[in-house]
Design a protein around this ligand. Structure first.
Ligand code: NAD
Length: 499
């Protein structure tokens, strides 16, 4: 059944199919059935997209300082078109990415659009020129006046994942366009529609040829590999798995690519023994929003050994409360649907098996539930009696699987939180603010919430420590990622004469 529009490529100002006419089927995570078609982009298509982006950057004034207001105008018009097409985009997110209707009002659409507005506001604060004062140089035997200017980095390849596609696509495309770059967006094969919508609406609002391209195909690696290796691309902004991120860094080295990576996570939520709402903090840790498919989810719950048994009871109660109230495509109030595809389903189920083999105790869930609609459903799952050296505590499962680990004291909690190759997000709860702040500062991670504080938003820089990534997306810092800095100096006498 066709439930979503055919996803078309957008190259050099043209909405079109693949050069050889090929298409592939888009599968619903809810039913496992085909819900739409997408153009199966070829190497020729990717090549053309790169050439078009290069031409638009090198031969038009898109990225110039003088064109700043025009860029804001077009990016704002595009934002408005996304707002006008809210229902259509919701439908694509539901049928393609497995978002629940409630999630569309969260990260899958509303928060993504908020982030778009945040970028437009932050852009006004970007300093294109900073004065660095005068300085005598013995080498030049002259005193120079010096400034530093920002310039767009050039052609950007934005390679994005399937979990919250609109959010990540906006995070890259909007920032790069505002900075003055030209862009090739390459969404994941599972979610071409949430990329194609950029082409469709950019075309509608009159984007200049070549400023934005959207390419995708059934092969997950073909377009990405080409974009990373092509010397005409200046910067690769990638969100996805750490394994592919590492590969991109290696491949990009050959052409000295600027590489900006948002990767995986295994973030820890630390509930200290004096947490003011212990039951609430522990009980609300279930990994159910979007079936746990979020890079910044707090998938390790750390609780004091002295209150471990109490925590288990609370968690059991919380999972019991959710019960079977998830996985209904028509429900307006559910936050958990299916996982994206069969491969992820099988991968998660394998981790559940590994957890049992490692000796952890399954406190809740653990079963595949195809009866929910034929798609890729896994029960909200929780392991207790977990030690941090187990694979289920170290590896990113990217599914609805929470692990609960006991700690002895604050130092032990910090040690466990940091005993991970990842460092993306996290949280800590305590009645003593200074104590919580000490822990928050000690965890090596890109964001920390204290007592439920939200450290992730479109106006804040977001990114990872360690293997969770390099660079920051969102906020003013997220736009600055797409700029280069150039210093310019000239003799101070000339500067004074000109004043
Ligand atoms: P993935 O790494 O398999 O794919 C991500 C993107 O890279 C897709 O567009 C894919 O087609 C492309 N790709 C695959 N192989 C490639 C190659 N050899 N060269 C270039 N591109 C290639 O990740 P996924 O399975 O789509 O997404 C899940 C992962 O993304 C999780 O690990 C999750 O933590 C991570 N993620 C991170 C963030 C963040 O901001 N840190 C956000 C969302 C998802």
């Amino acid at each position: 059944m066709t439930l979503i529009p055919e996803a078309k490529l957008y190259i050099d100002g043209q909405l079109r199919g693949a050069s050889d006419g090929g298409t592939y089927d888009v599968t619903s995570p809810w039913t496992g059935e085909t819900v739409g078609k997408a153009a199966d982009g070829t190497a020729d298509d990717v090549n053309e997209a790169i050439a078009a982006a290069r031409r638009a950057f090198d031969e038009t004034n898109w990225g110039s300082l003088e064109n700043k207001a025009k860029r804001v105008e077009l990016v704002t018009k595009l934002r408005d078109a996304f707002l006008e097409n809210r229902e259509k985009i919701h439908d694509i997110a539901v049928h393609e990415a497995g978002a629940t209707r409630l999630n569309c009002n969260l990260a899958h659409y509303s928060m993504a659009m908020d982030g778009w507005n945040d970028y437009l506001e932050a852009f006004e604060r970007l300093e294109w020129e900073t004065d660095h004062g005068n300085r005598f140089s013995a080498l030049a035997n002259a005193t120079s006046k010096r400034i530093a200017v920002r310039e767009p980095v050039g052609v950007v390849a934005a390679i994005t994942p399937w979990n919250v596609p609109l959010y990540v696509n906006i995070g890259k495309v909007v920032a790069a366009l505002l900075a003055g770059c030209t862009v090739i967006l390459k969404p994941a094969p599972d979610t071409p529609g949430e990329g194609a919508i950029f082409g469709e609406l950019a075309d509608k609002v009159g984007f200049p040829k070549g400023v934005l391209q959207v390419v995708f195909g059934e092969d997950p690696a073909l377009a990405g590999e080409m974009l990373v290796q092509d010397k005409r691309v200046d910067l690769v902004s990638f969100t996805g798995s750490t394994a592919v991120g590492r590969h991109i860094m290696e491949q990009g080295a050959k052409t000295m690519k600027r590489v900006f990576l948002e990767l995986g996570g295994k973030s820890a939520k630390i509930v200290l023994d004096d947490a003011p709402n212990f039951a609430m903090d522990v009980g609300s840790s279930m990994l159910i929003v979007h079936a746990g498919q979020g890079c910044a989810v707090q998938s390790r719950l750390l609780v004091p050994r002295s209150r471990y048994e109490e925590a288990k009871e609370v968690i059991k109660g919380a999972y019991g409360f959710v019960g079977d109230n998830w996985g209904d495509i028509d429900a307006q109030d559910q936050i958990m649907g299916p996982v994206i595809n069969k491969k992820q389903h099988d991968r998660i189920m394998n981790y559940i098996k590994i957890g049992q083999e490692e000796g952890a105790t399954l406190l809740a869930g653990g079963k595949s539930r195809p009866d929910k609609g034929g798609g890729f459903f896994i029960e909200p799952t929780c392991f207790v009696d977990v030690t941090n050296d187990m694979r289920i505590a170290q590896e990113e499962i990217f599914g609805p699987v929470l692990v609960v680990i006991p700690f002895d004291d604050d130092a032990d909690a910090v040690r466990i939180a940091n005993d991970s190759e990842y460092g993306l997000a996290g949280g800590v709860s305590s009645a003593d603010f200074d104590r919580a702040m000490k822990v928050a500062r000690a965890v090596r991670t890109g964001s920390m919430g204290i007592n439920g504080g939200m450290a992730i938003a479109g106006d804040l820089p977001f990114g990872g420590y360690k293997h969770s990534g390099i660079g920051r997306e969102w906020g003013l810092e997220g736009i600055e990622e797409y700029t280069e800095i150039k210093t310019i100096a000239w003799p101070v006498e000339q500067a004074e004469a000109a004043e």
